[in-house]
Design a protein around this ligand. Structure first.
Ligand SMILES: Cc1ncc(COP(=O)(O)O)c(C=O)c1O
Length: 356
């Protein structure tokens, strides 16, 4: 059958977002938190989920959870929009703002889903290449590009996935000033960098901040993300969300984890400490170049990305092959695991030059 008869041509010819399926002992390919929740906390969450009626719809607007997240993020409740993972909120923001043919500015390399969603919407994608040496932002080029009248949205990921570097508040402010379109700053890894952009909200009406419970907060399985923006923007983007965009279990589980601030901060601190412990070891490896990171993962340039990926897999470690990304020839990415897992990664990196 030719699905092209039924599917829009731009969608039909897309590659789409793809994740390979592999078996492994140590999973470091999705920048998840390696530490699961303690059993006691899981039991509390399960008991709360059991106590509600599953045949009922969840709260339509995740009101209780939105309240709690607003407090957690230090913003007003009407400045927050909760959604089914930050993925869904990227799509809702685009749906609410970008029409077919509008220009959306992305950096390259960055999170590949931005391109996928923009292709679906038939947006015109313009890209700014990050500096090949350190992935810094060519700020003047970027500001010139976003200043163009037909730029509807600029998406910047900070810390950037998959490169790991972050952009400063000053750089972000320059972009906010330069463009008349929306600026979506994806802070999926914010907790590992701890720059707080919410202080910019009173100054810039075109700022949208995106965060998630999937990374630092160990809740990827429940799919909860949130947007922070001026209340008028939140109300507009909300109209482009699927109704009930978090489910009963997600609302309960994330509400409960927010009662355990000390657990959250301990985990973030542990991962940051591991990152700082690993960095001097990684940067001195001869066979590969490891880039500095402000997130919970490292990008590694090897002399053969495919072989390096397989070498890790043979050792039971699943990393992400990002060698197909623009500017990332022969690169792989792995997230920080438990200290034991990280030792296995170091061993594999040290052995890598034998096979390359
Ligand atoms: C930069 C970035 N944004 C968003 C996401 C998606 O997160 P979520 O699980 O909240 O949909 C990811 C996940 O890898 C990411 O790396």
């Amino acid at each position: 059958m030719d699905a092209g008869k039924y599917i829009r041509p731009n969608v039909h010819k897309m590659k789409g977002y793809h994740l390979g399926k592999f078996t492994c002992d140590i999973k470091l390919d999705q920048n998840e938190n390696p530490f699961d929740l303690p059993d006691e906390l899981k039991d509390t969450i399960l008991a709360k989920i059991k106590a509600v009626q599953w045949g009922r719809y969840p709260d339509y607007s995740s009101a209780k959870l939105t309240d709690k997240i607003a407090y957690f993020a230090g913003v007003e409740v009407d400045e927050v929009l909760v959604g089914h993972g930050s993925n869904s909120l990227i799509l809702s923001t685009l749906l609410a703002s970008v029409s077919s043919g509008d220009v959306v500015v992305l950096t390259e390399p960055s999170f590949s889903l931005y391109e996928v969603f923009n292709q679906i919407l038939s947006a015109t994608i313009k890209t700014v290449q990050l500096d090949p040496n350190d992935f810094s932002l060519p700020l003047d080029t970027m500001c010139k590009m976003v200043a163009s009248e037909n730029v509807k949205m600029t998406i910047l990921c900070s810390p950037n996935n998959p490169t790991g570097n972050a952009f400063s508040i000053e750089e972000i402010e320059k972009i906010l000033v330069a463009t008349s379109g929306l600026v979506l700053i994806d802070e999926a890894y914010q907790e590992f960098y701890q720059q707080n952009l919410t202080t910019l909200l009173p100054k810039y009406e075109n700022l949208v901040i995106l965060r998630t419970f999937s990374k630092a907060l160990s809740m990827a399985g429940f799919r909860v993300g949130y947007l922070i923006a001026r209340k008028e923007l939140i109300a507009g983007i909300k109209k482009a969300c699927v109704p009930y965009n978090t489910n009963i279990s997600a609302q309960i589980a994330v509400d409960e984890i927010l009662n355990h601030q000390e657990l959250i901060s301990d985990r973030i601190e542990t991962i940051i400490n591991e990152r700082e412990r690993l960095w001097p070891i990684l940067k001195n490896l001869n066979s590969v170049k490891v880039y500095p990171s402000k997130a919970n993962f490292f990008l590694v340039r090897t002399s053969d990305g495919k072989k390096a990926f397989q070498h890790f897999l043979d050792a039971g470690i699943l990393v992400r092959d990002v060698s197909g990304y623009p500017g990332l020839k022969n690169c792989i990415r792995f997230n920080i695991g438990t200290p034991e897992e990280n030792e296995r990664v170091i061993d594999s990196l040290e052995n890598l030059d034998k096979i390359l």
